[in-house]
Design a protein around this ligand. Structure first.
Ligand code: GLC
Length: 473
């Protein structure tokens, strides 16, 4: 039977004070510096990967591009036509079956190539070799715009033989194996970079790309002199090299989802967070992400509900069969419960019936379920806000537009407002910001990065031709 404690008291563990959030800011700042340092990067949890994207679009980008988007729950192929600030987009979603997500790398890339061929056939572009941008939203160590080695899988993927390999190479090989299509991979990028680029296309002061979806991560524009791991890139030409005319900056993919993997966040983690991690396919990894993103938020709620029911605090102590199924309670249901406001109960009751088959609930049960969802999602919003504020303080720009995308941000009824309030509280008042919903960063952003790279490639070809002509004169 339940003791004298109640659900409100037991779940206070989920509350995080501003004092704790400020402590997290300091830790994050240290980890980011460590990630950027040559000597410290190896041990750092936040890897701060250079993306080799040095500038945002200038509005003159033109042409037809293909884009691939792998990294969320679905895989997409897109055909995008850019014309200055205008763009047209056509896309198709393909499922990635669970057995492919957990199969071999070759199976995964063959599947991707097959979807691409199917799409090109249907759009009647199979005979062209179009430039392509590949949004691959996992931690990658990049050595250039078209070379990205997967460091490790996150978010439910675990295909064998891909970690350590160059994903562009794997894609090219899979396409070669088919022999029916040809493509020109211009760039590989993270979804955060795509989001930043796609928002910057509209607002030039966009300097952060943020995802709160299946996973959570952010990228931002960093000055080159603070990126020790890129100290070989500078505007000053090195002997024997031609001048690098790109701006002295680069987008850094923070991969902040791994923050806390070394235990620094344990002071705010609850036993439910520990349990979730314990039973996940990537134990000990992505600790920050596991407290924030859509893949896990519903599962934290479910674990709390099961625990409190078993201890007699909810549903008369009876767990339904469906309640004990891991990942049964998707984060979309947290958003639905959160949309019951001011004492409303209709959504919560519907969700409990729909997901867990529980149709007899007391008013107190409903209030408690709502409280749990609210605490878990507010904590997530606070943590992500803390990280955004850390970036804003670090960049010291007068005003920054933050491009945001992801299912949690899009569908949770209060996430945006909670974030605006919390980021303001944690950011130096000298720096202002706006949160801007990105319009399909993973697709459009990929086309934009590919477009910039394509333009540069053509430019270089032209210059080479000109030099040849001059030499022949
Ligand atoms: C995970 C991935 C990261 C991605 C994020 C959002 O954290 O590791 O690369 O940006 O999810 O999709």
């Amino acid at each position: 039977m339940a003791s004298t404690l109640n659900v409100e008291q037991i779940t206070r563990e989920l509350l995080v004070s501003n004092e704790q959030l400020k402590q997290i800011q300091q830790l994050l700042e240290q980890e980011m510096d460590a990630g950027l340092g040559v000597a410290t990067n190896e041990k750092a949890d936040i890897k701060m990967y250079p993306t080799f994207v040095r500038d945002v679009p200038n509005g003159t980008e033109k042409g037809k591009f293909l884009a691939l988007d792998l990294g969320g729950t679905n895989f997409r192929v897109l055909l995008i036509e850019l014309n200055g600030s205008q763009f047209e987009m056509d896309n198709e979603i393909y499922a990635i079956p669970q057995e492919i997500m957990l199969g071999t790398g070759q199976q995964l890339f063959d599947h991707i190539a097959e979807c691409l061929a199917h799409f090109m056939e249907r759009r009647d572009v199979k005979q062209y070799c179009l430039p392509l941008g590949f949004t691959f939203s996992f931690p990658c160590r990049q050595e250039g715009l078209t070379k990205a080695k997967l460091v490790r899988w996150t978010k439910g993927f675990r295909c064998i033989g891909v970690e350590g390999a160059d994903v562009v190479e794997l894609l090219r090989e899979a396409i070669k194996r088919r022999r029916d299509i040809d493509i020109d991979v211009m760039a590989v990028l993270n979804d955060t970079t795509g989001t930043l680029m796609s928002c910057a296309h509209k607002k030039r002061d966009c300097a952060i790309g943020l995802i709160i979806g299946t996973g959570s991560n952010a990228c931002y524009m960093e000055t080159l002199d603070r990126i020790e791991t890129c100290s070989h890139l500078t505007n000053r030409p090195l002997p024997g090299q031609c001048e690098d005319t790109d701006p002295d900056q680069m987008i850094i993919n923070t991969e902040w989802g791994a923050f806390g993997d070394n235990g620094v966040l344990n002071f705010i983690r609850t036993k439910w967070d520990h349990e979730l991690d314990e039973f996940s396919i990537n134990r000990g990894n992505q600790i920050f992400e596991k407290m924030i993103s859509g893949m896990y938020m519903g599962e934290i709620v479910r674990r709390i509900l099961v625990d409190l029911t078993r201890r007699g605090y909810l549903f008369k102590g009876r767990c339904s069969n469906k309640m004990i199924v891991p990942y049964k309670f998707g984060t979309n249901y947290v958003s639905l419960v959160e949309s019951d406001r001011n004492g409303a109960t209709i959504q919560t009751k519907w969700v409990l019936n729909e997901v867990f088959g529980i149709n007899e609930v007391s008013d107190e049960d409903v209030r408690n379920v709502q409280l749990i969802c609210q605490r878990v999602s507010t904590r997530a919003a606070y943590l992500v806000s803390t990280a955004v504020a850390t970036l804003l303080n670090r960049m010291q720009r007068e005003h920054t537009t933050v491009g945001v995308d992801g299912s949690v941000y899009r569908h949770h009824p209060h996430f945006h407002n909670i974030m605006v309030r919390k980021i303001r509280e944690l950011t130096d008042p000298k720096y202002s910001f706006d949160l801007m919903l990105s319009e399909d960063g993973s697709g459009r952003g990929a086309a934009l990065v590919a477009a910039v790279a394509h333009r540069q490639k053509l430019q270089k070809l032209k210059e080479a031709q000109l030099a040849k002509q001059l030499a022949n004169l």
